[in-house]
Design a protein around this ligand. Structure first.
Ligand code: FES
Ligand SMILES: [Fe+2]
Length: 348
């Protein structure tokens, strides 16, 4: 088959809007409005005078200016163009140009989006239909639990959310993209046990040896256990246990911004005994470095995909991602995942 070498600019992949996504970290939203786009929906976030966060569609009903360019005045969002003010429910509560005593017209309101503030994150539901009560934002386990510590990072990546998720579950890239940091290229065999869960896919990774990597030499005492998990719609959990009472769990919480842009929130939790302060000191540097390496490769992939679309050729070592794609499609349709288990072996 001959393929044209000229860019074809294919239709971008559709985004899933019926899901909770992180729009921002709580600490990013202070007393100024904050503009964010979630699954293609432009939003303005702000806090009222009680500190309660709200998410409104970023369009003033008067002359359609972006409300995110305005100000927060006495807990209300003020449009930068003619000063109309809106509360957290999107109702217009003040129009400066109206004569005293005259109320704003009833239809002059802004659509709001469901928002939940939880564990230091602002989650929004970017769909016109309200969220069913059984679908909740992802809850971070061990968050502020005794003996556990946490830290976080955030980044934007010019690539589709599906490829960002794949990257975090993909072990064969680690020796190349992060060469020497936590693996060396094609150095050992790995057994992967893939299993479906109610909300995604779990992968148990049994590695022969990791002793050659820098991080392993620092952290490992005894048996290492490594488990990755895809949690619908766009979360990846990476869990390493280094002997009793020593564990590091990384969550990659992905938010589609647009078809080829993803905002990623990395939340890392650890209990590492006396090594915990070392992880605390090292994470901002090592975590940022690993993330930047992934961002670099994903941006490069994203540029090609935007021009030519996805034409992937998968091998056995890509099984986890194929399972994730299948799981995502089924869950998106509202179907349950069939219980499946399979072992695959490859070199990383
Ligand atoms: S455009 Fe917002 S007040 Fe006029
Ligand atoms: Fe990576």
């Amino acid at each position: 088959m001959t393929e044209t070498l000229l860019p074809s600019y294919p239709e971008p992949p559709p985004m899933l809007t019926r899901a909770w996504y992180i729009a921002a970290e709580s600490r990013e939203l202070k007393w100024r409005p904050l503009a964010r786009t979630v699954a293609g929906v432009p939003l303005v976030l702000f806090r009222d005078d009680q500190g309660r966060a709200a998410a409104l569609f970023d369009r003033c009903p008067h002359r359609n200016v972006q409300l995110s360019r305005g100000k927060v005045r006495q807990g209300q969002l003020q449009c930068p163009y003619h000063g109309w003010q809106f509360n957290g429910q999107g109702q217009c509560v003040h129009i400066p140009a109206l004569p005293p005593g005259q109320k704003p017209p009833a239809g002059a309101c802004v659509q709001t989006l469901p928002l939940k503030e939880q564990q230091g994150y602002l989650w929004v539901w970017p769909d016109a239909a309200p969220p069913p009560p059984d679908i909740q934002p992802f809850y971070l386990p061990y968050f502020e639990a005794r003996g556990w510590h946490w830290d976080r990072l955030q980044s934007r990546i010019g690539n589709a959310v599906s490829n960002v998720v794949e990257n975090f579950i993909d072990n064969p890239h680690t020796g190349y993209v992060h060469g020497g940091l936590f693996r060396t290229p094609a150095s050992h065999w790995v057994d992967n046990i893939l299993e479906t869960t109610a909300d995604g896919v779990r992968i148990d990774i049994r590695e022969e040896s990791q002793a050659e990597s820098l991080l392993a030499r620092l952290l490992v005492r005894g048996e290492v256990s490594h488990q990755d998990r895809f949690i619908y719609p766009a979360t990846v959990e990476v869990r390493y246990a280094f002997g009793p009472g020593r564990e590091i769990i990384g969550y990659q919480l992905c938010t589609p911004v647009s078809a080829y842009e993803t905002r990623i929130f990395v939340h890392v939790l650890w209990q590492m005994g006396w090594l915990s302060p070392l992880v605390r000191a090292g994470f901002p540097f090592v975590g940022r470095l690993i993330l930047q390496q992934d961002v670099g490769i994903l941006e490069s992939q994203g540029q090609v995909l935007q021009r030519y679309g996805e034409h992937f050729h998968s091998i056995e070592a890509d099984s986890a991602n194929l399972w994730i794609q299948a799981a995502r499609q089924r869950l998106q349709r509202g179907a349950q995942l069939k219980s499946r288990r399979r072992q695959v072996r490859f070199r990383i």
